[in-house]
Structure formats: structure tokens, C-alpha cells
Design a protein around this ligand. Sequence first.
Ligand code: COA
Length: 334
Amino acid sequence: MTNLKPIRIAGVGYSIPDTVITNDDLTKLYETSDEWIYTRTGIKERRIVSGNEDAIDLGEKAARNAIEKSGIAPEDIDMIIAASTAPIELYSMGCQIHKRLGIKKQIPAFDIAAACTGLIYGLSIAKSFIASGMYKNILIVATDNNSKLLDWTDRGTSILFGDGAGAMVVTEAEDGIDDIISIDIKSDGNYDHLISLRFDGENCPLVKPNDIHDSKIHMNGKGVYAFVAKILPKYVEELLQNSGMTSDDIDYLIPHQANIRIIQAVQERLGMPEEKVVTNIKYYGNTSAASIPIALAEGVEKGNVKLGSTAILCGFGAGMTWGGAIIRLREGIC
Ligand code: COA
């Protein structure tokens, strides 16, 4: 098919909560140390919501930020995709963002739950809608408040996560240049046991009661590490090869920020120098779906990512899900 419409990444934005929890702070909750956490994960601190702040607030701020950068008026947004596993409002985070942005037009808004791969899943869906000509301007909001879902007595899991939001506005590229050079998403439900988060609910009192598990994140850290270290570096290398590119064609690797050692494994497989790898895991931990767009938008803001460049995004998460995208970063997106 030749008449698919190209896509332009028009704006990116992010938002993180103000409250900082350091590794030393966590020693008040259980036996651990800054040294143990930092050497195994690369994390020193994370940001978490406090009081009534939640993923909707963070998502709204990131969305406003991305919309402003895009130069597209909120009323011209045709669709909102919320990539989120924050169960603040299960009847659509996307609708909450629609309301918060004050958009009067009635447009499709929905959520996708692909855990930490959510942004790449969202981008892939947005690309299809724009390429087909069905919609023109799409807002993707990746927002999570993991801190509300953690078992804060589990030192193997609660050290890893933080809260945050990232957003992207994508539109039809009028100049014919497609900013999404390549994109791919994958999953394997046979590995669902590695990370789980259940909301069992309660059966009707007139029937046999169901088993109820706690609604907290449960993770087999070693199992996740082994699974991801095995598949991700090879997958990212193949994504490049399938696009007819090599790592020399890529200016930045912007990976999901889950563990510095996994990031280094991808970097080594691609043979990329450290200065091309965008990391902020030290300060934010794993912010799930938000981690890639936060790394991108903050990288640009801090001058670590120069625009007029290409980047490879890659992520993985519960499900298990994973995905990657090779994108162009135009001037003015941030
Ligand atoms: N502080 C101190 N000790 C800790 C600890 C902590 N925060 N967490 C676990 N330990 C202990 C364990 O109890 C265990 O002790 P034991 O040997 O006496 O039983 C020991 O350290 C080793 O635990 P283990 O879970 O095997 O550690 P690990 O080396 O696998 O590191 C992770 C744990 C979670 C840091 C690591 O497995 C990881 O990062 N996995 C990837 C997770 C991930 O990316 N998840 C996100 C997916 S999107």
C-alpha cells in the first residue's frame, strides 16, 4: 500500500511529582541499603505522588506540556490514547484527560494496558489510525502511579518503581516525511507469572465466593531479569536490521528505565557509546509506561538529546509485553 499517510511527532512533554524518596529513606521501611539498591538497579531515588495527587494529575500536566509544544490546539485533537495501568479510574483514564484538558469536542478516548511498554503500544495504534487517514491529531498520555500499587513491605519490588507521566502529540506529516521509521510490538502471555497485579473484586453474595488476592504488584525480579536480558538486546538489534539500519544510523538509545544493567546489555549488543544512551533511572526509578517519554522529553530539555536526530526506543513490561520504535526527533518537539 502506498497511500498510507506519514506521521509527524509534533510534541512531547512530561511531568513528575515533587516528592522524592531516596534509597536511604527506604531503610526506614525495611532492611536495605543505598549501596545494595544502586549497584543492582542504578536507582538512587524516585518521585512519588503524595496526598490526593494521582496519575490523572500527572497525565494532565504532561499532556498540556506536549500539546503546547506541538502547536496544535486542544480542540483539534481527534483522539486520546491513555497508556496506563493506574486504576484510579478504570472507566477510562483517556476520558479523564479529555475532561481535564477542557476539550468540548466529543472524540474517542480510551486506555491501553500494556504496562511499561504502553507508550510504544500507544504510538503503534496512533500510527495506524493516522496512516489510514481515519484521524489526524492524536494525543498519547502515558501515566502511572506505581507507588499506590506497591507492597511497601516487599523490598524486592518497592525499591524499583516511581511515579510519572509522559505525553506525545502525533499528527499527519504534511511534508511527507514519516517520523516513525519503524515500530513493532510483541507479547507473550505465557510469562504472565513474572509480574502480576490482580483486581479480583468480589462475587455476588448469592453465589460461591471467589478467591481474593491483594491488589499489589507481585514480581519475580530474577525471572524478569533473565527473561528480558535474553530477549531484549537481540530484539532491538533485529528491529534495526529489519529496518535496513545499523546502530551507526541512530543518535540515541532511549530505553525503558527498569534496571541499568538491562539498559547496558542493550547498549552493548548495539555497540553504542554511553553518550548515546539516555538514562534517568538514577532519579526516577521505573515509572512504567511513562519512563520512555520522560527520558525523551527530559533528555531534550536538559540538552542531552539534540533534535534533528534519530532515536531507537525500546521497552518491556508485565504481560509480558515488549516493543521498539525507530523515530525521527524533529526540531521543536520539545
Ligand atoms: N535490599 C537488601 N537485600 C535485598 C533487597 C533489598 N532491597 N531485595 C532483596 N534482597 C535480598 C533477598 O532477600 C535475597 O536474600 P537471600 O539471598 O538471603 O534470600 C538477596 O537479596 C538476593 O535477592 P534477589 O531477588 O535474588 O536479588 P537480585 O540480584 O535478583 O536483584 C532485583 C533483585 C529486583 C534488583 C533484580 O532482580 C531486578 O532488577 N530484576 C528486574 C526487575 C524489573 O526490571 N522489573 C520491571 C519490569 S518492567
